[in-house]
Design a protein around this ligand. Structure first.
Ligand SMILES: [Zn+2]
Length: 331
């Protein structure tokens, strides 16, 4: 029988602790460790911040490292645990999923102690870290195939009180978009599992393909705003500007708001994220590359919306998403 997952230090020790979360070995991989930082300043909110859930989204691990640098000087109350990389196997491979078992860590929560390596990571986080947090920020990014504004996201939650608390937490980042995202593939997500335990859990997302200094600055400012609002650090909430837009808005997107490619081809975006579009406005054009005489296909907005995400110029298959539209959320 393997050792149970555990921390190499005591979370209740006051002040800064640096150590590891030990993920037990199994048939497919030996025991390994995830780096963990903890800062215990006593009474106050208990927050867990995670990055590197998906291995090709590296803004989160970088912002987490920045937090570890300045939190010891800034945190005045409560407890913060930072785990910069949830899935080191996927990060090493710059891959969304774990190469070894092909699993998406964000679809296997709460994990299995006797499962494959991805399931054992989820099990360790679920059993050792999650009970020590009331609030979770999971730092993602939208990956290289989309342009997406800095956003904090939650999915619909049946418990109305938890839904309201979670949306308020998301809005506290003051990022350009707070998003309620209806999704048909939420089984096993880290946030769904934490929500089922009554915890406030939000995902930060930021797209654009490359990790830029500008993106990291916006991301870090958003997290800092949330920490100030929670009373964990002192300071003032600041406005975050993105592409000359300063206002933040709360949007909702439904499954039916994703526009799919009507055929195979190369997608040319013709609008930008946060553009307001009217019915019939051009979203993008799909080009056939088989023949220069084949007509290109216009993809147009079906209704009044805000462009939430737009596909980068890329080869797409028929029925692959090329844009996601949204509308203001009316509670
Ligand atoms: Zn992700």
């Amino acid at each position: 029988m393997n050792e149970a997952p555990h921390l190499t230090f005591d979370l209740d020790a006051p002040g800064v602790s640096r150590g590891h979360l030990v993920v037990p070995g199994g048939a497919d991989h030996e025991e390994f460790s995830l780096a963990v930082f903890s800062l215990n300043k006593g009474e106050g909110p208990r927050l867990l911040i995670t990055g590197g859930n998906h291995g090709n989204e590296l803004e989160g691990p970088l912002v987490a490292r920045r937090l570890i640098e300045w939190l010891p000087k800034a945190q005045t109350s409560g407890r913060i645990i930072v785990l910069p990389v949830l899935n080191p196997l996927a990060v090493q491979a710059w891959s969304r999923n774990t190469p070894l078992d092909g699993l998406n860590l964000n679809r296997v929560f709460p994990g299995r102690a006797d499962g494959s390596v991805t399931e054992r990571i989820a099990d360790a986080v679920s059993r050792v870290l999650l009970p020590n947090a009331d609030i979770v920020f999971d730092l993602h990014s939208f990956g290289p195939t989309w342009d997406f504004p800095p956003a904090v996201i939650t999915h619909p939650i049946a418990d109305a009180d938890l839904m309201a608390k979670t949306l308020a937490m998301a809005a506290a980042f003051k990022l350009p978009v707070t998003l309620l995202w209806q999704h048909d593939d939420t089984a096993g997500m880290f946030d769904s599992w934490a929500h089922s335990l009554g915890k406030v859990f939000v995902c930060a997302e930021f797209g654009g393909g490359t990790v830029s200094a500008e993106a990291l600055a916006i991301y870090e400012a958003g997290v800092r705003n949330a920490l100030v609002t929670l009373g964990l650090v002192e300071g003032k909430v600041e406005d975050v500007s993105f592409r000359n837009k300063r206002s933040s808005q709360t949007l909702e997107t439904l499954i039916s708001n994703e526009l799919k490619s009507p055929a195979q081809g190369i997608f040319e975006p013709r609008c930008s994220v946060l553009d307001e579009v009217r019915p019939g406005d051009l979203i993008g054009i799909l080009h056939s590359m088989d023949s220069v005489s084949a007509p290109s296909i216009d993809i147009r907005a079906p209704g009044p919306s805000i462009v939430l995400a737009i596909g980068s110029g890329a080869h797409v298959d028929r029925n692959e998403g090329v844009a996601i539209l949204a509308r203001p959320l009316h509670n």
